[in-house]
Design a protein around this ligand. Structure first.
Ligand code: BES
Ligand code: MN
Ligand code: ZN
Length: 492
């Protein structure tokens, strides 16, 4: 989608579709005299509502240059934020689906958001709304996406901001498609292929893949055990983005859990919940896509993305409750629950990313049902061993739209992860108290002494109902947060 700006008045714009943002009834009326008072009458009769996400499409007969007008509500007053404009962009794109060509938005300098922020949010909403998971249907529906976005009353900064968010949202959609992909197709080997594709397409990105025999030989006991029963063997996938002009003294290490199907192993999951466990690779998808976005935006920051990929299957090679594993770090873990597999993958991947020289770590994982109980699908949960690093994650989440809420990592919980036989136990014995915190405590043991944060996205990976710019299904949560974090760290 090409992005342009123009100072032409909305009534005179040459576009296939003109979009007006309505923050309360007043601004809409500016165009209304050209339309013979039609908008005012529609508002009066409540056929046109200006609440967030409401919209009305009008066909015009020459009263203004554009043949179609969509009025999109964005709420009013302090409620008008980036989320409102992302939703408006998505709503306009959906209401105008099938139109194609040029979509023009009239930016509004009276809103509490700057023009560049408005442009970024609208473009993001448009791209997120084009996400289509009908890829596996044999009969395709024809779509006519907009090829040009025209920002009325914009400036160069607005065009640049919209370009950036278009790129990021495209990668969010990539992550969503990977989460939607079926587990017979998106196997650990396919995760590696996806990473190879990214390294081929983008400059300064290299890829390395460890195969099942190499994982076992090099002591990645966690990944080898979790992936041990599946015909689709495990992989440890590393993408390294090393730009010429990278900021010195900092190397961002991203780790994403990619369990391509989580059966629960010997603690087999009930049939009611096992079907959605193909989405247990959402963290890995977010990390892959975030690295792709960071490299495509050419951020001046070195970033290492590590994705441990495995299928937690039940079969002859399955790891057992009672097994004691030796992890890549050399520490031993007693398996008390083979369904607590994600933390074993993260542990080995965190060791790996530190060996590669990462200074600041973030892991993203669909780790616990407990975080869904705690925060639902509004916030991911964030744990960190460093308060300012945790604050940086939360702030990047708030700005980007991927919201996250802090959870405690207090030394008094440390005793929960102790085992009688080994160094650690992978799940709390017997107790169901604080299981959410337990997972973070376990991972912390493998995160080293530098800044590390763990984001539990189990609740955010899919939405069951439409909300704002999302439809039910994968959200791509984490891509926007990680790219915003990298942008801030790079100083760009
Ligand atoms: N992948 C699941 C967590 C999950 C559950 C994600 C539901 C999304 C929806 C994870 O591997 C798991 O099974 N976690 C266990 C941990 C427990 C055994 C300590 C859980 O949450 O029940
Ligand atoms: Mn599990
Ligand atoms: Zn899992």
């Amino acid at each position: 989608m090409e992005i342009l700006q123009s100072a032409v008045l909305p009534a005179q714009v040459d576009a296939d579709l003109l979009v007006l943002l309505a923050a309360g009834p007043t601004p809409v009326l500016e165009l209304d005299s050209a339309l013979g008072g039609r908008l005012g009458r529609l508002i009066g009769s409540e056929e046109l509502k200006t609440d967030r996400g409401q919209s009305l499409l009008l066909h015009l007969a020459g009263e203004i240059t554009a043949p179609r007008l969509i009025v999109v509500g964005i709420g009013a007053g302090v409620d008008v934020d980036a989320e409102a404009l992302r939703t408006a962009g998505a709503e306009a794109a959906r209401a105008g689906a099938g139109v194609g060509g040029t979509i023009a938005f009239a930016l509004d300098p009276s809103l509490p958001l700057g023009l560049a922020d408005q442009a970024a949010a609208l473009a993001e909403g448009i791209v997120l709304a084009t996400f289509d998971s009908a890829r596996w249907k044999s009969r395709k529906q024809e779509s006519r996406p907009f090829t040009r976005l025209l920002l009325l009353g914009g400036n160069d900064a607005a065009v640049a901001a919209a370009g950036r968010s278009t790129t990021i949202a495209g990668w969010v959609n990539t992550a969503r498609l990977l989460v939607a992909a079926p587990p017979n197709e998106f196997t650990p080997a396919a995760v590696a292929d996806e990473a190879r594709g990214i390294a081929e397409r983008l400059a300064d990105v290299s890829v390395a893949v460890l195969e099942p025999d190499e994982l076992a030989a090099q002591g990645f006991g966690g990944i080898a055990a979790v992936g041990g029963a599946a015909a689709n063997g495990p992989r440890l996938v590393t993408l390294h983005y090393r730009p010429q002009a990278a900021k010195t003294g900092i190397r961002l290490g991203l780790v994403g859990k990619a369990v391509t199907f989580d059966s629960g192993g010997y603690f087999l999951k009930p049939s009611a919940s096992i079907g959605v466990e193909k989405a247990d690779m959402a963290g890995g998808a977010a990390v892959l896509a975030a690295l792709g976005a960071i490299a495509e935006l050419r951020l001046p920051l070195e970033v290492i993305a590590v994705i441990p990929a495995a299928e937690n299957a039940l079969g002859a090679g399955a790891y057992r409750p009672g097994d004691i594993l030796t992890m890549a770090s050399g520490r031993t873990v007693e398996i008390s629950n083979p369904d607590a597999e994600g933390r074993l993958l993260l542990a080995d991947a965190l060791t790996h990313v530190q060996r590669l020289g990462a200074t600041h770590l973030v892991d993203v994982a669909t780790l616990t049902g407990a975080v869904i109980q705690a925060l639902g699908d509004y916030y991911a949960g964030v744990f960190a061993n460093d308060d300012s690093w945790r604050d940086a994650i939360i702030a990047a989440g708030e700005t980007s739209g991927d919201r996250a809420w802090p959870l405690p990592l207090d030394p008094r919980y440390r005793s929960m992860v102790e085992s009688q036989l080994a160094d650690l136990r992978n799940s709390p014995a017997g107790s169901t108290r604080a299981v959410l915190l337990y997972s973070a405590y376990f991972i912390r043991e493998f995160a080293g002494d530098g800044p590390w944060a763990h984001i539990d996205i189990a609740g955010m990976r899919l939405l069951t109902e439409a909300r704002g710019y999302y439809r039910p299904g994968p959200t791509g949560y984490g891509v926007r947060l990680l790219v915003e974090l990298a942008t801030r760290l790079s100083g760009a």
